[in-house]
Design a protein around this ligand. Structure first.
Ligand SMILES: C[S@@+](CC[C@H](N)C(=O)[O-])C[C@H]1O[C@@H](n2cnc3c(N)ncnc32)[C@H](O)[C@@H]1O
Length: 272
């Protein structure tokens, strides 16, 4: 397993995920009580889009570099943060930017270089702790947070064939410990069968109030390509369902993607 996010930072999937992450964070900030965010697959925190890795794939050219031209107000909270932080922030940097003084962020990543980078980035921020440990262990050992409110972001690399099953298990374990928490899990859409099996499983287990937001660039016919992606959200905040739909549609418009199979939608998986 040698997934390196620097090859993919700022691609369409990152834009989709981070625009929705910013919306979830802003929803948490509406109430004064402190909250905690667990970022289970945090990555390195900040990516240089001029690095050799980023230039080799060029994925950000069809992602954030295109989206920065969008003037859609629904994307402004996300794009303003990207401009303020610099190209290109990882998920923990977006979270850090939106933490208040009593809120906390716990970052996990198994890759030693990612943990080193996160520690360097956040060494002066007492609200943030970095754990070089597996996400699947963290969803039990680090939950529930003492604040009893917050967000768990799960963003696996999907290198191993069993990662959808691992995600479903992780969501169930985490939810058992932190039933009121908001859980947001990113997943790739390469072919429909794997996604359908995952969503079917989520529909037939006892967790209530699950939605999923999806964006597809094209028909998912070629399983070797990232044809789209989704974010499954448990306990979506008030109004998130409609905001998420607007964000996903704005991302797609801003990327300039049209053609057969291009689209976005929000699907309710289990009732409130
Ligand atoms: C898609 S990247 C994360 C990107 C990051 N969330 C962002 O949005 O900027 C996935 C990360 O998961 C890490 N990883 C892989 N397996 C893991 C595990 N079992 N537990 C925690 N992190 C893991 C990888 O090292 C990689 O940094």
């Amino acid at each position: 397993m040698n997934y390196r996010h620097e090859f993919h930072a700022g691609n369409f999937a990152d834009c989709f995920k981070h625009a929705l992450l910013v919306s979830l964070m802003n929803a948490l900030r509406l109430k004064p009580a402190p909250f905690c965010v667990l970022d289970t697959h945090a990555g390195s925190g900040q990516y240089d889009l001029e690095s050799e890795a980023a230039r080799r794939t060029g994925e950000a050219n069809a992602g954030i570099r295109r989206l920065l031209d969008s003037t859609d107000p629904v994307l402004a909270p996300y794009l303003d943060l990207v401009r303020a932080i610099g190209l290109y922030p990882g998920s923990p940097r977006f979270v850090q930017a939106l933490l208040r003084s009593e809120d906390r962020l716990l970052c996990c990543d198994t890759l030693p270089e990612a943990a080193v980078s996160l520690r360097r980035l956040f060494r002066d921020d007492r609200r943030i702790s970095v754990h070089q440990r597996s996400a699947w262990e963290a969803v039990t050992s680090l939950l529930p947070p003492k604040e009893r409110r917050g967000l768990v972001l799960i963003d696996p690399p999907y290198e191993a064939p069993n990662e959808f099953a691992q995600l479903a298990d992780g969501l169930q374990q985490g939810h058992r410990r932190f039933g009121h928490g908001v859980f947001a899990a990113w997943y790739p859409i390469k072919q429909l069968a794997a996604v359908r099996a995952f969503l079917d499983r989520m529909q037939t287990q006892p967790i209530r109030d699950i939605i999923t937001v999806e964006l597809t660039l094209r028909e998912p016919l070629d399983p070797s390509r990232l044809n789209g992606c989704g974010l499954l959200v448990i306990n979506p905040p008030y109004r998130f369902e409609s905001e998420a739909g607007a964000i996903a549609a704005a991302v797609l418009r801003g990327l300039g993607v049209t053609g057969p199979g291009a689209g976005s939608n929000v699907i309710r998986i289990t009732d409130e």
